[in-house]
Design a protein around this ligand. Structure first.
Ligand code: SF4
Ligand code: SF4
Length: 199
C-alpha cells in the first residue's frame, strides 16, 4: 500500500469533520443555486388563458385549443418538449408561470408530462368569432380601471361578474342595441361606423 499524500490526508480529515461532499439524492434533493431555472409551474388560478406564453415559446411546448361547442379554451403544456428558456415566464402578464428551484422531471408515462389549464371563452355576439377568455377580459378591465366603462366588451362581463346586471339572452337592449353587446374588434369598428356615422 502506498503512503497517502498530505493532500489526501487533508481531504480525509475535512470529510470526517465536515461530512461528505456527495448528497443522498434521490432521497434528499440536491441543493440548487438560487438562480437555477428548474421545473416550470403554472398557477391555474392566476392563468387567464391569454395565450401570450404560446406566442413566445420557441420549442412548441405550449399549445392553445379553443372548443367552440364547450365554450372553453385549453392551455396545454408539454414539459417533455420544454427547453427551460424562461420566455413564457417573462411574457406572462399575470405572473402565473414560475420556474422553481427543482429539476427532477422523471415520470412513468408520457401523459404525465402534459398539463392542461381550462378557461371559459367569450364570443362576439355579432359574428361569433372568439374574443378571448372571460378571465382575460376581466383582467384587462381591472388593469384599465374606469376606462373599462368606455368599452362594452369590457364592462359587460365586469357588470355580470359583479351581479349588477343580468345577461339578457333575448338581446332586447333598450338603447343603441348594436353597441351594447360583446363584440370582436372588427364588429365593434363596423358597428360604430355604421350606427354612429351611417357608413
Ligand atoms: S420555458 Fe421556454 S420552452 Fe419551456 S414552455 Fe416556456 S417558452 Fe416554451
Ligand atoms: S396568463 Fe400566463 S400562463 Fe396563462 S395563457 Fe397567459 S401567458 Fe400563458
Amino acid at each position: 500500500m502506498k503512503t497517502p499524500k498530505i493532500r489526501e490526508l487533508g481531504e480525509a480529515i475535512r470529510a470526517l469533520v465536515g461530512g461528505p461532499y456527495t448528497t443522498k439524492y434521490p432521497y434528499e434533493q440536491t441543493p440548487m443555486a438560487k438562480e437555477f431555472r428548474g421545473i416550470l409551474k403554472c398557477d391555474s388560478e392566476k392563468c387567464m388563458g391569454c395565450g401570450a406564453c404560446i406566442e413566445v415559446c420557441p420549442a412548441d411546448s405550449r399549445k392553445l385549443e379553443d372548443d367552440k361547442k364547450k365554450e372553453t379554451r385549453k392551455i396545454i403544456y408539454y414539459s417533455d418538449k420544454c427547453i427551460f428558456c424562461g420566455q413564457c415566464e417573462a411574457a406572462c402578464p399575470s405572473e402565473a408561470l414560475k420556474h422553481i428551484n427543482e429539476f427532477d422531471l422523471a415520470n412513468v408515462t408520457r401523459d404525465d408530462y402534459t398539463e392542461v389549464v381550462e378557461k371559459a371563452l367569450v364570443f362576439c355576439e355579432k359574428c361569433g368569432k372568439t374574443i378571448s377568455t372571460k378571465q382575460h377580459l376581466l383582467w384587462i378591465a381591472d388593469k384599465v380601471g374606469e376606462l373599462a366603462y368606455s368599452n362594452p366588451t369590457l364592462w359587460i362581463p365586469l357588470t355580470r361578474e359583479l351581479n349588477i346586471v343580468e345577461h339578457d339572452k333575448t338581446n332586447a337592449y333598450p338603447y343603441r342595441s348594436g353597441h351594447i353587446v360583446m363584440l370582436c374588434p372588427d364588429c365593434r369598428r363596423e358597428t360604430w361606423l355604421h350606427e354612429t356615422w351611417g357608413y
